[in-house]
Design a protein around this ligand. Sequence first.
Ligand code: SF4
Ligand code: SF4
Ligand code: SF4
Length: 273
Amino acid sequence: MRESDKNLNRRQFLQSTAIAVGAMAAVGAGVTYLQKVTAENRINQDFFRLPGAIDESDFIYACIKCGLCVQICPINAIKLAGINEGLAYGSPYIDVRAQACDFSCDSLQCVETCPTAALYFKQFKRAGEKAIQAYDATHKVDKDYNPFPIQIMAMKTRVRMGMAQINENTCLAFQGKGFKGNPRGNDFKGINRSPYTNDPKATPVREKIYNEDPCNLCVKECPIGGKAIVMEENTKKGGKITPKVLKGCTGCGVCVMVCPTKEPSITVEPYKS
Ligand code: SF4
Ligand code: SF4
Ligand code: SF4
């Protein structure tokens, strides 16, 4: 081969390599840009996530959509986002009006099982350990005592999915009304483990018949109890006894699920971070 032909081939080779590398870099940058733009467009802070979910802008990347949380939840509270949710497709969420997290699993199993810390468990582990230490320090503890209930309650109360809010215009108690009967009708599929009878079973909401005056279902069924929501005399409402949400609300949504008004008179605003 002549020297001039050799130089031409080398030049052609270098040119085509440079073009290929440039094209690959451009495609790579384009894909990264599109992923970022699409993800940012799909970050919906109103998505109601699970106990322990990290901030939505990180959750969307950290969740690998493995579905383990869905499988482990004993009351099927966790659903997967549909295809119209872009990059959030397949990520877990809870529709609290249909089926709230009533902590039926008793150990935040969805959080424990998450393999990527999109649901962050350490905070609950620490809360449980601290509660046991505090209990041990103030009680004369028999070595055979069962620390599990103390640990579990501390873990549940550490959950912050959101904060309940009452609509005073529709809440029956704010209108001075009571409630009798089954709150969601015979076709309602949601289930709830009663917080006040220590019932180990989760019972269908349709099997629970109430007779409360004033209505207090949200308070009665709250799995956290008096740190989250109470009935109290409301001087601004002529001394009516009405529900009041407190700082200990976990946002679990059981109150929303059991509220008997057509549109729930109590809703949960998800935490933004
Ligand atoms: S913490 Fe709630 S959502 Fe998670 S597995 Fe337990 S019952 Fe289901
Ligand atoms: S259950 Fe609903 S209607 Fe009844 S007191 Fe609570 S928010 Fe009001
Ligand atoms: S007030 Fe409602 S959302 Fe808050 S902890 Fe109680 S049941 Fe859950």
